[in-house]
Design a protein around this ligand. Structure first.
Ligand code: CMP
Length: 318
């Protein structure tokens, strides 16, 4: 073998290795529901697991059963609906107690297996007092009113504290969001090995909510963006830019999303969001508004974001 050929082989080996390392995914995501209303078969709910495992945590649970069925139809899962529900889903992280984020959990609870439901204090109180209260629904939890059936362990998350997600190798940290101040929603920073995914429940922009919650969150995750450890951000855009601030109801538009992500970029460094994966959640019907949101985001994407529109039942990697 000539010297040149040896050099070429070395170069190929090194570059293939670099590229394969760079592209190695950390998380598998299966959206069970992606819309911000009104279709009850397709409301906010995202399964996330370390890549190549079926140890999923469900981020919000607006739609569960219909989403699993769609995933089976799309050949994402090759087992029964019951097996996905009972065995693959190891727990639920609930961002806030609005019905479009919890109705799937409530309706599926009689058929579910024993697992943990994680939420911050106020959200947990609302779920206990208004849903799993032995009146509007049987109390499948292990605390709260009536006769707790103890199927679910209700685990309250302390803000900013790293908490293990039982039966997975992932952990989570919760951060407060504002969804029509003073009503709170939550962002979840999920960790697997040394990589992270950030999921935001419904949120308004700081400017409209008169809050620092998003700036505080960007400050926490900016070093992870810089270090390329944050693999993607799930964030909502509910309305097109034409929606007046007074009718935002604690949500974002393309203008406000881009404003917020510019704050993140200021903190993480110029160019740091190029090709960064932003998964757009909670698009609200009608269809013409959704088309408008997509056009506006495309036109306003001056950060070079890789914008992803998740599809119900279709798996993707981060
Ligand atoms: N004051 C209001 N008037 C009309 N609709 C509202 C009002 N507050 C909330 N909503 C709607 O109720 C929905 C509840 O879920 P969302 O936060 O996704 O979006 C909210 C709005 O679409």
């Amino acid at each position: 073998m000539t010297h040149c050929v040896r050099l070429l082989l070395c170069f190929l080996l090194v570059t293939t290795n670099i590229f394969s390392q760079k592209e190695k995914p950390s998380f598998s995501v299966v959206p069970l529901g992606v819309m911000g209303g009104i279709d009850e078969k397709n409301l906010s709910s995202y399964l996330i697991a370390p890549s190549n495992t079926t140890d999923y945590i469900c981020l919000d649970a607006g739609t569960v059963n219909a989403g699993i069925e769609k995933a089976i139809e799309k050949k994402t899962f090759k087992v029964s609906t019951n097996e996905v529900l009972r065995k693959y889903i190891k727990g639920y992280l609930i961002s806030h107690a609005h019905l479009d984020h919890v109705s799937g959990l409530i309706i599926n609870s009689p058929a579910d297996s024993s697992k943990t439901v994680y939420a911050t204090n106020k959200c947990m109180e609302m779920m206990e007092n208004h849903y799993f209260n032995d009146q509007t629904w049987a109390n499948f939890g292990d605390s709260g009113p009536g006769f707790p059936l103890k199927k679910y362990h209700f685990q309250t998350l302390n803000l900013g504290e790293e908490t293990a997600l039982t039966n997975t190798k992932m952990t989570v940290k919760a951060f407060s969001l504002s969804h029509v101040n003073p009503f709170e929603s939550t962002a979840f920073l999920v960790k697997s090995n040394n990589d992270y995914a950030l999921y935001l429940g419904d949120t308004g922009p700081d400017e409209v909510e008169k809050s620092n919650n998003l700036r505080d969150l960007w400050t926490v995750v900016a070093p992870l963006v810089k270090a390329k450890q944050l693999k993607g951000i799930f964030i909502e855009v509910s309305f097109p830019n034409e929606q007046p601030d007074k009718f935002l109801f604690g949500h974002l538009t393309p203008n406000y999303l881009m404003k917020e992500l510019h704050v993140l970029e200021e903190l993480s460094g110029k160019g740091s969001l190029e090709n960064f994966k932003i998964i757009i959640t909670h698009l609200k019907p009608p269809t013409k508004n959704i088309a408008k949101i997509k056009e506006q985001l495309k036109a306003q994407n001056d950060l070079g974001l890789k914008i992803i529109y998740p599809e119900q039942g279709k798996k993707f990697e981060l």
